[in-house]
Design a protein around this ligand. Structure first.
Ligand code: FES
Ligand SMILES: [Fe+2]
Length: 446
């Protein structure tokens, strides 16, 4: 079972209609369970979740479950989470073990997946060999601190799947970041509705009007193989939370300070406490006439020094490269990263069983911390989707998703029409999805 190739070469800037089947059909959701999820690389967990040899993480996707386990100081393996005796699942959640012990009849498996105990093996009269009943291996790849898994034994290597992503994002050294906070919940929308809400900037002015006080959000998308990124035009620097709309007038130090504070208050990410403190110092160290670029560069310089003083060193990233990295990255199919040099806001959404109208999602903030002072936060389940639980920005996004999912069922909708400039990431997602699924490709409007 090989991944579909080649990556769809069609231009993304021609208007298309995407059929709604991919969002609402129960039959399509089942087909994803056969054609997409067992064949695609997907981020199962972060390496920091399994720091010690013997630490494991159980990754569930639809009806499949995978044990991701650290088998050596720098080695991670993954197995199908099923006992070869009569099929009991071996693990759930996270934990630490020397062996995987089946709670039904006591068979055991080493961290290397080999069967190391068959209770009453002599009952088989020599007809069973432990070598034949080890755990089924799942492919593992590691990138940016994430552990990726792929159930297809013939899949392309992770490096081929990622394509250009390491070129763009490796300089940011996301693998050196750790969880600052993390939350998860279930949402009444398709997993793609959730992901698409975070890979385009077209919605920003309407859904997040508060950001207009810091300039317009004129965004565009770019394809990177199966993946895509989003960037902003007319801003002073790279990345969200560090740039100012260059058409803004007045004291641009104040504009930047307001923007950074807003991120911290309304997202709890897309900046750091250090950066907020650094922004606050701009009024002392720069004149009122400072340009947007000067204010952004000075804030980064101050924040870099303040972090260095507490034992946090940043990678050196060329400002031109950072400007090209932009705001937002979609790692096909279901991971979204908004990275910068010292932080990253992340999203993941998975189907919630075979119900096309429900997904499980996670939101988290990664940041650099002094060694030994990483907070290691729990992944908190939050049933509500309110502003008080998720802060303003993400709760504004949530306000759309359920309404979109309901709208998708309307007899009055013939398909969705992504913006050919700002929502190319959405089109790219569906082009690639269609290559796995063998159907549902975006089509030109009639
Ligand atoms: S199902 Fe695991 S030992 Fe029987
Ligand atoms: Fe949004």
């Amino acid at each position: 079972m090989n991944s579909p190739k080649p990556v769809s070469p069609e231009a993304l800037d021609t208007p298309v209609i995407i059929p709604v089947e991919a969002y609402i059909s129960a039959e399509y959701a089942r087909a994803e369970g056969q054609r997409l999820w067992p064949r695609v690389w997907q981020a199962a967990c972060r390496e920091e979740e399994i720091p010690k040899v013997g630490d494991y993480y159980t990754y569930d996707i639809l009806d499949q479950s995978i044990i991701v386990v650290r088998t050596g100081p720098d080695e991670i393996s993954a197995y199908h989470n099923v006992c070869q005796h009569r099929g009991r699942r071996l693990t759930s959640g996270c934990g630490h073990t020397k062996r995987f012990h089946c709670k039904y009849h006591g068979w055991q498996y080493g961290l290397d997946g080999r069967n190391v105990r068959i209770l009453d093996q002599e009952d088989w009269g020599g007809a069973i060999d432990p070598k034949d009943v080890g755990l089924g291996a799942v492919k593992v790849g590691r990138w940016a601190g994430f552990v990726f898994v792929n159930m297809d034994p013939d899949c392309d290597p992770l490096e081929a799947f990622l394509g250009e992503l390491p070129h763009w994002l490796d300089p940011l050294q996301i693998e050196g970041m750790r969880y600052g906070w993390r939350k998860w919940s279930v949402f009444p929308c398709n997993w793609k509705v959730f992901i698409e809400g975070f890979i385009e900037g077209y919605h920003a002015e309407t859904t997040h009007p508060q950001i207009l006080s810091f300039g317009r959000a004129d965004t565009y998308s770019r394809r990177h193989g199966r993946h895509s990124s989003m960037n902003m035009r007319g801003v002073s620097g790279g990345g969200i939370g560090t740039s100012v709309d260059t058409s803004m007038q007045g004291d641009l130090r104040q504009v930047l300070i307001g923007g950074v504070r807003q991120q911290w208050e309304t997202v709890g990410s897309l900046t750091t406490a250090t950066m907020v403190a650094a922004a606050d110092r701009l009024l002392e160290v720069l004149p009122e006439t400072a340009t947007a670029a000067e204010a952004g560069a000075k804030m980064m310089e101050l924040a870099r020094q303040m972090d260095a003083d507490r034992g946090v060193s940043w990678p050196a990233v060329d400002p031109g490269h950072m400007a090209d990295v932009g705001i937002n990255w979609h790692v096909f199919p279901n991971l979204v990263l908004l990275p910068n040099v010292t932080y990253c806001l992340g999203f993941r959404a998975r189907p919630n069983g075979f119900d096309p109208d429900s997904c499980i999602f996670e939101v988290y903030h990664l940041e650099r911390f002094p060694e030994g002072q990483e907070p290691r936060p729990e992944n908190v389940h939050t049933a509500e989707h309110t502003e008080s639980e998720w802060r303003l920005l993400v709760s504004q996004d949530f306000s759309n998703f359920g309404e979109v999912q309901r709208g998708m069922h309307s007899l009055g909708l013939r398909g969705v029409r992504p913006n050919p400039t700002e929502e190319q990431g959405v089109v790219n997602l569906h082009r690639n999805l269609a290559e796995f699924m063998g159907r549902g490709a975006p089509e030109p409007p009639p």
